[in-house]
Design a protein around this ligand. Sequence first.
Ligand code: SF4
Length: 536
Amino acid sequence: MSIERWRPRQAHTRQEEVLLRRLCRTRKLFGFLREHRHELFDDKFQTELEGMYRNTGAGKAPVPPALLAMAVLLQSYQGVSDAEAVEMTVVDLRWQMVLDRLGSGEPAFSQGALFDFRERLIRAEMDLRLLERTVELARRTKSFDWKKLPKTLRVAIDSSPLEGAGRVEDTINLLAHAARKVVVCAADLLGWSVEKTARAAGIPLLLESSVKKALDLEWSDSEAKAKGVDVLARQVESLEAWLREKLPEEMARPPLKEHVDTLEQIRAQDLEPDPSGGGRTRIRRGVAAERRVSIEDPDMRHGRKSKSKLFNGYKRHIASDLDTDLIIACAVTPANRPEEEAAPALKADVERQERRIGELACDRGYIGSPVVAEVVADGGEVVCKPWVPRNGKLFAKSAFKIDMKKMTVTCPAGEVERIDLGADVEFDAETCAACPLRAQCTTAAPGNGRTVSIADDELLQQRLRKMMSTPRGRERLRERTAVEHSLAHLGRRQGTRARYRGVRKNLFDVRRGAAVQNLETIQRRLESEGEQRKAA
Ligand code: SF4
């Protein structure tokens, strides 16, 4: 199988000149991509893209991978589906121009080819290369004065919520949805109808279009609801017992195993024995730590935008170069995971580009990551709002002098104690009892002295507090807003709801959105340089 290389023309046709003039005001990225496509997809990068096809053996010659990669970028730029992207290659002159297919009446590729290309891109981590390529293009176009930029990177990281694409359901619907998938799969394996299978398996609740309709309960009556949950749980048990008898081997292999595992996961996370007895089952009290919220998207989780606002899905994280505004790394985590878990992946992607982080600007959500300590150990600086110690009307921790060299803490009355990182220190109970400042310091019970918590990263917290106390330090802190703007822009491009299911596919989507955003940044820089030259 030979792979045709994409060789778009460089010289303009008359029709392209007309189109390029029209693209000076809106949707300027089309014009930019037309002019820079051969640089973005140079021979070296096209060889890398073609490498994704090497192990496939004989088969239909693929559409040039670089052309499909360009279509993937255009798809993100315009926020269109695969089917729409195929149509765009026929009906939209801007797509046709960028793909070097002006005048063609046939689609540039099929929907299946685009889907297959995306899967390959993800498998081969080439979506990361696509993002890196935009940074390389920025260097090549000389739109940034790289010589004047610091040798090490000043990186800002931040995250925003991304609602998952899967339907979020309550326990009863989740359980019925998972059971229905098992029944449909079993019916398929047996060559039976779904109805016959559900009856034979003892789960007739699935015969109705909705399990709640089948249960037909007064849902505001807690006793009736509890009975309904128990009935469903018993029918699910019956289904599993029937499967063990009827399809024991199939249960241990795909595709049935996957559905059975999902059903088991929902049962384990959402149900528990009713302590009131009678062998009844009830909805679990409290939320399981890794509770699955959607059957269609197994990776989605409950998360919090703030103390009161919840969302279901993912967090998208980006690392942005503060000196160029280019996004250099992306990560996606389930919404319930703390921010700091994304930092190692972001750092690894930055280091792939053979760059070192000299300054890391982040919010407190990332401060617990080992990446923070690594940056400091590597001679870099961390810029972050420190925790502000509060203690009501009593002396806050800031009233105590912590000496990290001597590893001591001195209280407002001048008493000194030794400290250990990550541990609470307690002042002498008798001294505190006799202290004239006690009423302002502690409400500890008699026989106890005032305690002060020493953080694991106390030295860093001290440095951050010192930084915050100076105008220059506060100015450096404000620079992080650039990444917030980038993230907001990316959020508008992607929308609030994920296009794909699962962490990895959504990472692909964030990376390609970031790649498009970088290309727009380069385009704007070049445009402003051109305007400055004209004005000079
Ligand atoms: S109460 Fe104890 S810790 Fe507080 S100021 Fe007095 S001696 Fe120091």
